[in-house]
Design a protein around this ligand. Structure first.
Ligand SMILES: Nc1ncnc2c1ncn2[C@@H]1O[C@H](COP(=O)(O)OP(=O)(O)OP(=O)(O)O)[C@@H](O)[C@H]1O
Length: 286
């Protein structure tokens, strides 16, 4: 497997939060979705990877070599989209393009202007007049305009309207199609990840608790719907979490095949990524 980015045992300690030995692999031609509840450590992971904060431990390898953000050649190959702007608020996208042309060897004005038009981002308006969604679209347009090999995006689609969101998801899918590039993105919009992610990494309390191919997760896990009496008689080995309602119980199981084999009459639905997160985080654990 050709890997673009490899993160091993990444640690970061704050007073009341620790990122605990996070491992992450981003193969060529893949989209890796980082999920987790608020405060789980997604942004901290991304910031520690890109050197926006100092890590306390761990190794990061990009294209097989130790990743240092001070390496200018390497920084030509990655594009980062996060909240907060690196640009002066008085600049317009057109003026920014002049700066970016000097920074990135492969900067492409034609591509940039095409994305600005496609995303409906005004080329001559000053950044200070931009809405949150316009800023995000501009950042994505910039990220896509210098032939980067790895896109790292922190919640890129939050705050975007459904039409633009869908266009951007399609662009992300096209981006990796040549199998030479990859994307790491964090998102709370798990339906976006259901659509485009190849792998899902689930961070909970600063720890990776799931790391798998998306299709495997959906295949392996299942949501059981049954009566309380039925639920109480189930072997609890494969139950991750459950929720008791007034009339029925819903539970997440981590081995749908085994459970179905033991209880052929049990109704087991395919889970959504939200189901998996919800039952891991909030489900009344065993
Ligand atoms: N500079 C900082 N100093 C101290 N604690 C911090 C700092 N930055 C983040 N944290 C803490 O680290 C934890 C993880 O935050 P992080 O922003 O990585 O979460 P997240 O998964 O991205 O959450 P969200 O989905 O809400 O954006 C939180 O408890 C947060 O308070």
């Amino acid at each position: 497997m050709d890997t673009i980015l490899e993160v091993k045992n990444l640690s970061k300690h704050y007073n009341s939060f620790s990122l605990k030995k996070v491992n992450l692999t981003i193969p060529k031609g893949s989209i890796v979705g980082l999920i987790g509840e608020n405060g789980a450590g997604k942004t901290t992971t991304i910031k520690a990877i890109i050197g926006a904060i100092q890590k306390d431990g761990g190794e990061i390898t990009l294209f097989g070599l130790p990743f240092h953000t001070t390496n200018k050649e390497v920084m030509q190959q990655i594009a980062i989209v996060m909240e907060g702007s690196f640009f002066h608020e008085e600049l317009s996208p057109r003026q920014m393009a002049k700066v970016l042309k000097g920074l990135y060897k492969k900067w492409n004005d034609v591509t940039f202007n095409r994305y600005l038009r496609q995303f409906n981002v005004p080329a001559t308006k000053k950044l200070k007049e931009f809405s949150k969604g316009m800023r995000m679209k501009l950042s994505i347009a910039i990220a896509l305009s210098y032939d980067a090999k790895l896109l790292i995006l922190d919640e890129p689609t939050s705050g975007l309207d459904p039409v633009v969101r869908n266009e951007i998801l399609n662009i992300f899918q096209d981006f990796i199609i040549d199998e030479e590039r990859a994307i790491l993105l964090s998102s709370h919009i798990t339906t976006d990840l259901e659509k485009i992610a190849d792998y899902i990494t689930f961070i909970h309390n600063g720890e990776v608790i799931l790391n798998d191919m998306k299709d495997d997760l959906i295949y392996k896990y299942g949501v059981v719907k049954c009566s309380e009496q039925q639920f109480d008689s189930l072997d609890q080995t494969h139950i991750i979490g459950y929720e008791k309602g007034q009339f029925a119980v819903q539970a997440l199981v981590n081995n749908k095949q085994a459970v179905q084999h033991m209880y052929p009459d049990l109704v087991i639905d395919a889970p959504t990524i939200d189901d998996i997160m919800l039952y891991y985080v909030r489900g009344d654990k065993k």
